[in-house]
Design a protein. Structure first.
Length: 483
């Protein structure tokens, strides 16, 4: 990608702690305006190729291809030097570092410091990061213009996606909003250190990535590492209705902390922005909201439903508020907001028999409960058909969490379709509370699903589709606008 400011080789070396192991033939440029991590892209003479390594890829396999396409410099690991004869690249520059992913983050951190942004925003949490980020982007861009705010696209929220987003900054940007995720200890600390946010938000703490973090305390520790990079004048925004999160809230400076919620749960934190009521608007299919903030009431109709999504909205409104956008404007900007794909997207009109809800982006015990509560609350008069898949990355808790969910979904479902390796755990939970085995269908591929689904009486039904990303449940409804 082209970058706004040139980077000198000394800046690259100083920021990454790398060493030049070959320095070209003296004709190479020592100033760079392009950073590339994919060897399939086009290279200019002033480009650097960073050979990233991950679980399923190794950029060092493509250093030769990058040089042949015109890259003048490559950043590689020290290990690369042991397996590659670098003497075959006498006219190129090669920089060795301990870890290329860390080097990318260090370059992005250094690059970000060149911009005098009004606000740098970092959003983390177990659920709702992407939706909250998209809401913030919508509100701030409506207020100041799209050219003034940068975001990371989709859910590119890791140690590669966040730095690459930062490198897209240009002189028109005044704000940057970044969701930061984690599935390994220490990632939130690293990401927030790169960003050094002026506004940090934690949407909630739930049972996600337990294979790495073991339990809720481990998740809390990882997510709350965001606060370590907040400066004295930075803002911390949290969910007041989240019991685990609220316990840490008072540790932060009272001056610059804000909270959001419905005020229905009292964990010692009173929400600054309070949702007084949220009622379905049957004409629009959205939600009528009544909010209170700083002694004033606000009324709005938003185009989506779901308590967990309203939490995301409240968080986004507070973030936008500290960026200079009043609540009235923020609510107006959100009236026709379209949810990101795969996140509680209500799809009507594809069938006269049923309403389809696409929540296929991911699944965890907490996000599944939120989706089930949504279905139960907003479609109380309809038959409930659940198309579910495994909840992954729960580690040693996987079996018991699926058993627990099995017990719970029995109260919600008329019929259940299930795909995944934890069917026995789900079944055990279902049968413990007396769910009818004839209403549970196991499937391994979309053809089997479609055959069984077609035969089912779906009149006056709502169909919820939800599973972890690797389950790819959206494929079951390809051709029916769920993708």
């Amino acid at each position: 990608m082209k970058i706004e400011y040139n980077l000198t080789i000394d800046e690259i070396l100083n920021s990454t702690g790398g060493r030049t192991v070959i320095a070209g033939d003296g004709t190479n440029p020592l100033v760079f305006n392009e950073i590339i991590t994919d060897s399939r892209e086009d290279f200019s003479d002033n480009s650097i190729f960073i050979a990233l390594k991950g679980k399923n890829f190794n950029g060092e396999d493509f250093v030769d291809a990058a040089f042949k396409k015109g890259a003048s410099c490559a950043i590689v690991s020290w290990n690369f030097l042991e397996v590659c004869d670098i003497s075959v690249y006498p006219r190129k520059i090669m920089i060795a570092v301990e870890d290329a992913v860390s080097a990318l983050g260090s370059i992005a951190e250094m690059y970000l410091r060149r911009f005098d942004l009004k606000k740098k925003i970092a959003i983390t949490g177990s659920c709702g990061k992407t939706t909250t980020k998209e809401m913030v982007y919508r509100i701030i861009s409506a207020k100041y213009g799209k050219e003034e705010i940068l975001k990371n696209n989709y859910n590119y929220n890791n140690l590669i996606g966040v730095p690459k987003a930062i490198l897209n900054l240009n002189n028109k940007h005044e704000y940057i909003v970044l969701e930061i995720g984690t599935n390994k200890k220490g990632e939130i600390r690293k990401l927030s250190g790169i960003i050094s946010p002026d506004v940090g938000a934690i949407t909630n703490i739930g049972k996600s990535h337990l294979a790495e973090f073991k339990d809720i305390k481990g998740v809390l520790k990882e997510k709350s590492d965001l606060t370590l990079s907040l400066k004295d004048d930075s803002y911390l925004i949290i969910n007041a209705d989240d019991e685990t999160l609220s316990k840490t809230y008072n540790k932060f400076s009272e001056t610059n902390r804000l909270s959001f919620g419905f005020g229905l749960k009292h964990y010692g934190v009173i929400p600054d922005i309070l949702c007084e009521s949220a009622e379905v608007n049957k004409k629009t299919g959205g939600t009528n909201l009544r909010l209170s903030f700083k002694g004033k009431e606000y009324f709005s109709n938003i185009g989506f439903q779901g308590i967990h999504l309203i939490y995301d909205l409240l968080c986004a409104l507070l973030i936008s508020y500290v960026c200079g956008v009043d609540l009235e404007f923020g609510l107006k900007a959100m009236e026709d907001f379209i949810l990101p794909e795969g996140r509680m997207k209500v799809i009507s009109g594809i069938s006269d028999e049923y309403i389809l809800i696409d929540d296929t982006y991911n699944s965890s015990p907490d996000s599944l409960r939120a989706a089930l509560n949504f279905v139960k609350t907003y479609y109380a008069d309809k038959k409930k058909i659940l198309v579910l898949g495994d909840m992954l990355e729960l580690g040693d808790s996987s079996d018991i969490e699926h058993v627990n969910i099995g017990r719970e979904i029995a109260d919600y479902a008329d019929y259940i379709f299930y795909k995944g390796d934890y069917i026995d755990s789900i079944r055990r939970g279902l049968f413990e509370v007396g769910f009818d085995d004839n209403k549970l269908y196991l499937f391994r591929d979309k053809e089997i699903f479609r055959e069984k689904f077609q035969k089912l009486d779906k009149r006056n039904s709502v169909v919820l589709v939800k599973g972890s990303r690797e389950m790819k449940l959206e494929e079951c409804f390809e051709g029916e606008k769920i993708c």
